[in-house]
Design a binder for this molecule. Structure first.
Ligand code: SF4
Length: 312
């Protein structure tokens, strides 16, 4: 492995590197390590093994529908001269069309979960209609205050959807769901489709760390600071947010370097125990984890590392 340099400078701070300089890593992997070292290792070895369970399929469907709704609403608004209550009928038609398309895709590709998918469609439609009403009411209020349609659109709807981010410096890549950029303020948002608020709460530290890694990459790419990161819960339309500061970003950089370093070792750590063991009840790969043997490599084992794409 070539080692080009033994330190890097990120956000004005110098970090010593070990021999992992050539390794690339994804924001989701940093998030996985925050949750559990064993989770990180199992996901690194077999990243796609659980991709077809019903929760992942529903999560993907919710993401696709909410993102498509944001994109279509933005196009609709930017072609308008104002906002009126009567716009809702047209928006509801757009929602129906989006759901029809994404439902068709999900059923075609994951027919085995057909009943489960179709069962959640009325709830999904209802939530999108509530969100549409909420956004339109806010737009009407802002219009009364004298904001232009352009400004209102930028304030309420995302600037970028699924924008790939990367850091050559950190050898890190990721793709946040939504980026808002209005009036000098940048907010990065990830959508989460947890059914249960306790489950969502237990995973929030890892999800916020993932968002903070996006903010580090964003700053390197765009040379402007991220003010806030948010998790938008699609099941109850609530937002959880934190203000981004230097200490949080520095910690994210340390976790990124730790994950890169950790990825070079082949061992699979033991299951969590003691105060941390509660996480196993909320873990996405619990069954797979409990069926996996602990593994400690022989000294001459080849080191492998899974990457899921190339940097731009
Ligand atoms: S089940 Fe527990 S030990 Fe296993 S990966 Fe999940 S949190 Fe870690």
């Amino acid at each position: 492995m070539n080692i080009k340099k033994n330190f890097i400078k990120v956000l004005g701070k110098k970090y010593q590197l070990d021999n992992t300089t050539e390794h690339k890593i994804w924001s989701t992997q940093v998030s996985n390590l925050e949750w559990c070292e064993r989770y990180f290792k199992i996901m690194n070895k077999h990243p796609h093994q659980d991709e077809t369970n019903q929760y992942v399929v529903i999560g993907n469907l919710e993401h696709a529908v909410f993102e498509s709704f944001a994109q279509k609403t933005k196009s609709q608004w930017l072609n308008k001269g104002g906002f009126h209550e009567s716009d809702l009928e047209k928006t509801y038609e757009i929602i129906d069309k989006i759901i029809e398309i994404e439902l068709g895709f999900a059923l075609e590709n994951y027919a085995q979960f057909g009943n489960y998918i179709e069962h959640m469609i009325p709830s999904l439609k209802n939530r999108l209609r509530i969100l549409a009403r909420r956004q339109l009411n806010e737009a009407i209020e802002l219009l009364k205050k004298g904001l232009s349609v352009q400004d209102i659109t930028e304030k309420i709807l995302p600037w970028q959807i699924e924008r790939p981010l990367y850091s050559q410096n950190l050898r890190l890549a990721g793709r946040p769901d939504l980026i808002y950029r209005y009036n000098g303020k940048v907010i990065i948002v990830d959508l989460k489709s947890h059914n249960d608020t306790e489950d969502a709460f237990n995973h929030s530290a890892q999800h916020f760390l993932q968002l903070l890694t996006y903010s580090v990459m964003y700053e390197e790419l765009f040379h402007e600071k991220v003010s806030e990161v948010q998790i938008f819960y699609t099941k109850n339309l609530k937002t959880s947010s934190i203000k981004v500061n230097k200490a949080l970003k520095d910690n994210a950089v340390e976790q990124i370097l730790k994950a890169r370093s950790f990825s070079t070792h082949e061992d699979i750590p033991p299951k969590l125990s003691g105060d941390e063991a509660y996480k196993c009840d909320y873990c996405y790969i619990r069954e797979r984890c409990f069926a996996t043997e602990d593994y400690e490599p022989e000294p001459d084992d080849e080191v492998t590392f899974t990457t899921r794409g190339e940097f731009e």
